[in-house]
Design a protein around this ligand. Sequence first.
Ligand code: CA
Length: 223
Amino acid sequence: MRILLAEDDALLGDALSRSLRQSGYSVDWARDGQDANLALSDQVYALVILDLGLPKMDGFEVLRLLRARGSKLPVIILTAREALADRVKGLDLGADDYLAKPFDMPELEARLRALIRRGNEVTTPEINYGSLAFNPVERSVNIGGVPLELSAREIGVLELLLLRAGRAVSKEALVEHLCSWDDEMGDNAIEVYVHRLRKKLEPAGVQIRTVRGLGYMFDKYND
Ligand code: CA
């Protein structure tokens, strides 16, 4: 999952991005509102964590412009604990959730998972497909209860394919899902991950089909 973090506080931003990366997210960290707005205009994210008090362009304006472009991207705003008016204004402008500073990481991460699930129309915390089960909290995968060993990137590829099972996912979308600004990855790398996943997923009775010109699609075997 690739997420945008818009936060100007260096300490908080650093702690947040590090903690989120450890949890398996790709994180782009924008340090002011203009950068956040630019990133949201031309990158694909699963979610944005938006501080309201940002230099150059405040979080309200970033949010207003995002919704004005018709984006339904899940947004969680970070506000000061006592700033009730800010929370109301943020929610009215189209934020999906808020968290008052200071907050605990486990709470933020639980809210992120809930928003991402809702954004992908997945309602159960564990994603099941045939005998395959993916736990987004532990980032673990098992087939019929037997744990499957996958690298973080393989899990990232599988996660997006699972969230969009039955629909084609482009290589570009997979690269964007896996990479933050600090990384670079080519289509070739995606092909390698998919190749490995196909082998490892064989016993589950599921397949990653190549959809010509469109990308990949996660599906059950129907032969
Ligand atoms: Ca701030």
